[in-house]
Design a protein around this ligand. Structure first.
Ligand code: CP
Ligand code: NVA
Length: 344
């Protein structure tokens, strides 16, 4: 399934994610894919986050009622993991189940794509059984090919280029801790990887200030930076994006400090070289002291304690890492509720 963002009439209010969305009225996401955050218009990102806030609150208030009213008891979601996962796999599995739908999880060697069957055949068989496909894979082009053959929504559960579901959870976490998303300065210090690309896309849609500091040679993909600058201009969000090697400038006054592993899945052969290149990019207490005094620290996890971040930061009062991990479930459950909804 291919799709494109629905243009927003006006910029959303990023200080308020407390509207009470329904799965029908104003839902332009029914039947849609999420291969990257730029598949969404700003208003659609706001809708996903508002739905997550409402569903999270309802679950915490009355889980039994939420179970009884689960909307998708006739549906199933295929969850395919071609790379290892703890958080993404478990949060999609539990989130699907909480919507009343059946999660069909396929991983590693038992994965749908591990026997050489064509993507077309695999997808067109799979969609006879499931109402959405969630895929963690390597190349973004694989997700695009799956989307091309699928008539059901396709959700990117991490690729080499993007991790949009983590991005949804992360901006939800920033909102819960710091309020108005459009007013934030976010510092990302580390590898110009799938997470850096995802924060670039979030900044473009929301309009927060993003300063990415990477070692030379590990910058985000230039094409993606340009696509994000174009999206920020198209939506007139006012996003201020900086990419350079200046860690101190990135951290100065930041409300949110983020890092990620120096060696992503698939890059393990470069681990030693990367440890040398990133040696001065560790987030420790001295680095956090350069940010705003009430800054939060975030990391999508898994973290390599002692490399990109120290124990004292991970375990500090400023650390929001476990809230961030929990929000994977709420953000993805909201996304699935919206894309699985009946199309008008
Ligand atoms: N953050 C994240 O995606 O974690 P997993 O790799 O454990 O799914
Ligand atoms: N950049 C990391 C994120 C893991 C959730 C990776 O791709 O391995």
């Amino acid at each position: 399934m291919t799709d494109s963002p629905t243009p927003a009439a006006a910029l959303p209010n990023w200080a308020a994610l407390d509207s009470a969305p329904t799965l029908l009225a104003g839902n332009t996401l029914a039947g849609r894919d999420l291969l990257r955050l730029l598949d969404l218009a700003p208003a659609e990102l706001h809708l996903v986050l508002s739905t997550a806030v409402a569903q999270k609150s309802a679950w915490k208030t009355n889980a039994l009622q939420e179970v009884a009213q689960a909307p998708y008891k006739d549906k199933a979601v295929g969850i395919i993991m071609e790379k290892p996962s703890l958080r993404t796999r478990i949060s999609f599995e539990i989130g699907t189940q909480r919507l009343g739908a059946h999660p069909a999880v396929m991983s590693d060697t038992s994965s749908a794509f591990s026997r050489g069957e064509s993507v077309k055949d695999t997808v067109q068989v799979l969609e006879r059984f499931v109402d959405a496909i969630v895929l963690r894979t390597f190349e973004q082009s694989k997700l695009e090919e799956v989307s091309q053959w699928a008539s059901v929504p396709v959700i990117n559960a991490l690729s080499d280029d993007f991790h949009p579901c983590q991005g949804l959870a992360d901006v939800l976490t920033m909102y819960e801790h710091k309020g108005d998303l459009s007013k934030l300065k976010v510092a990302y210090v580390g590898d110009g990887n799938n997470m850096a690309h995802t924060y670039l896309e979030a900044a473009a849609l929301i309009g927060f200030e993003l300063h990415i500091a990477t070692p030379a040679g590990y910058e985000p993909n230039e094409r993606i930076i340009n696509e994000c600058s174009a999206a920020a201009a198209e939506h007139a969000t006012g996003a201020k994006i900086t990419v350079d090697g200046d860690v101190s400038a990135a951290l100065a006054g930041a409300n949110v400090v983020i890092t990620d592993t120096w060696t992503s899945m698939g890059d393990e052969g470069q681990a030693q070289k990367r440890q040398q290149a990133f040696a001065s990019f560790t987030i420790d207490a001295a680095a956090m002291a350069k940010a705003a005094p009430d800054a939060i620290f975030m990391h999508c996890l898994p973290a390599h304690r002692g490399e990109e971040v120290t124990d004292e930061v991970m375990d500090s009062a400023q650390s929001a890492i476990y809230d961030e991990a929990e929000n994977r479930l709420h953000a993805q459950k909201a996304l699935m509720a919206l894309v699985l909804a009946p199309t008008a």
